[in-house]
Design a binder for this molecule. Structure first.
Ligand SMILES: Nc1nc2c(ncn2[C@@H]2O[C@H](COP(=O)(O)OP(=O)(O)O[C@H]3O[C@H](CO)[C@@H](O)[C@H](O)[C@@H]3O)[C@@H](O)[C@H]2O)c(=O)[nH]1
Ligand SMILES: [Mg+2]
Length: 238
């Protein structure tokens, strides 16, 4: 019998106590037919996220949900690298913990990869059937502007550069991640730009990003400055 692929789902968390149980419930619901593990990288959330995760591990099985905590908030980029070290799957999915990345899309990422043999399947808001729900005008304009600016300067051939809901072949993720220098939110953009420059086969699936109901975004003004610095860096180095 053919070996079943295993999927490692890496979820970075910082103060996601109110969201994480729902996300995990939905992942188990939508990936019933698949072999997967969930790796949570929590950065010492003061709201008790880790206590909830420990309880969920008892419910779903300690081998299905791994908690790989770090002592303090160290940023998204390094959180993914940290989680990847513990991934035992053939494929890695990266997604947010706050339901902005709905687990109902996971089967479409997997199906797309199987149909096309792609190395990366990336969720996109900026195609037909994709979108954003719940953001105010400023946040919509910031995200759209960031994408348009990056598209114009970098020509990556991918419609949503800053989105972070993605599936990677693990070997491909390991290859790209080793050359990425960005640590915060700009990490996502650097990953996909480097992947296109290396010629990896990338496919897109439409997603609707729904703004979180519980808690608040950790993206602040300083991240926008970091984004612009990252964009210039990529322009000069890729
Ligand atoms: N471990 C860890 N997790 C973090 C950190 N900062 C944020 N997170 C976690 O990373 C996820 C995304 O953080 P949010 O604060 O919810 O980000 P956002 O503003 O909704 O931004 C999202 O959309 C952007 C594109 O519009 C994306 O660029 C971004 O990656 C993210 O998906 C959440 O699960 C959050 O708990 C950190 O320093 N450490
Ligand atoms: Mg969010």
């Amino acid at each position: 019998m053919e070996k079943k692929n295993k999927y490692s789902i890496i979820i970075p968390t910082y103060n996601e106590r109110l969201n994480i149980a729902i996300v995990i419930y939905l992942i188990f619901k939508y990936l019933r037919e698949f072999d997967f593990e969930i790796i949570i990288v929590d950065d010492g959330s003061p709201d008790g996220t880790q206590d909830i995760i420990q309880q969920l591990r008892q419910v779903y099985g300690e081998e299905r949900i791994l908690l790989r905590a770090r002592p303090k908030k160290l940023g998204l980029g390094t959180a993914y690298c940290h989680g990847l070290r513990y991934a035992s799957g053939d494929f890695v999915v990266i997604m947010d913990a706050d339901l902005s990345h709905h687990p109902k899309y996971l089967p479409s990422f997997i199906r797309k990869q199987i149909e096309t043999g792609a190395s990366i399947v990336t969720g996109t808001r900026y195609v037909k059937n994709g979108g954003v729900h719940g953001w105010n005008l400023l946040r919509k304009l910031t995200s759209r502007g960031a994408n348009v600016l990056a598209q114009t300067l970098l020509w990556p051939g991918v419609s949503d550069l800053t989105g972070s809901f993605r599936l990677y072949k693990k070997s491909v993720l390991e290859d790209i991640i080793s050359s990425v220098v960005s640590k915060g939110y700009v990490f996502q953009m650097e990953m996909i730009v480097r992947a296109t420059r290396k010629g990896y086969h990338i496919e897109e699936v439409p997603i609707t990003f729904v703004d979180r109901v519980f808690g608040s975004s950790k993206l602040g003004g300083s991240e926008i400055v970091e984004y612009l610095k990252g964009l210039i860096y990529l322009l000069l180095t890729t």
